[in-house]
Design a protein around this ligand. Sequence first.
Ligand code: CA
Length: 221
Amino acid sequence: MKTLLVEDDPLLGQGIQDALSYNGYRVEWVQNGRQALSFAESAEFDVMVLDLGLPDLDGLAVLKQLRTQQFDTPILILTARDSTEEKVAGLDLGADDYMVKPFDLPELMARLRALQRRESQQRAPTLRHADIEINPANHTVLQGNTPVALSRHEFNLLHYLMARPEQVFSRQALADKLYSWDQDVGSNTVEVYIHHLRKKLGKDIVQTVRGIGYKLGGAPD
Ligand code: CA
């Protein structure tokens, strides 16, 4: 998960960066409001941790400007300001969560996970096709009510097809897609993954369109 950390206190910033990195987050750490704005504009982040007391722009001004620019990454405010007015202002300006310093790292981690869950549920709703239900937020697949174990690439491929049920894809288009997820995939992997999907979910899950490629199988009547 790519995180933009905005914190001007060097010790605290370092501590949070270390903790996030240790938990598998990729962290860009900036120490003032202007840098926060330019980083937020230049790259995609999954979550932002924003201090309010910054040396140049106030964190609330940063927040306001980002939300005005349709920056929709979840933002958690992490600040020493603990008045109700400040919390209300932060949340009303578009922050998704508000934590007061001093704080416990495990709670920060838990809140970031909660933000991420909420976000992925909004961005990637559950999809259904025939008796198959796929939930991108928690990477589960049900057939009927039975969980089906898929590898990461099988899951990605199925999700990609289910999100585009009418579309026919050439073998090459699917190979390019797989390659964009993982540059280590080999050249015959499209056939391999489709074979696995058919084996696990029934042969009709993917339809071969002769001379063209593949599409999601038709739903039975
Ligand atoms: Ca500060």
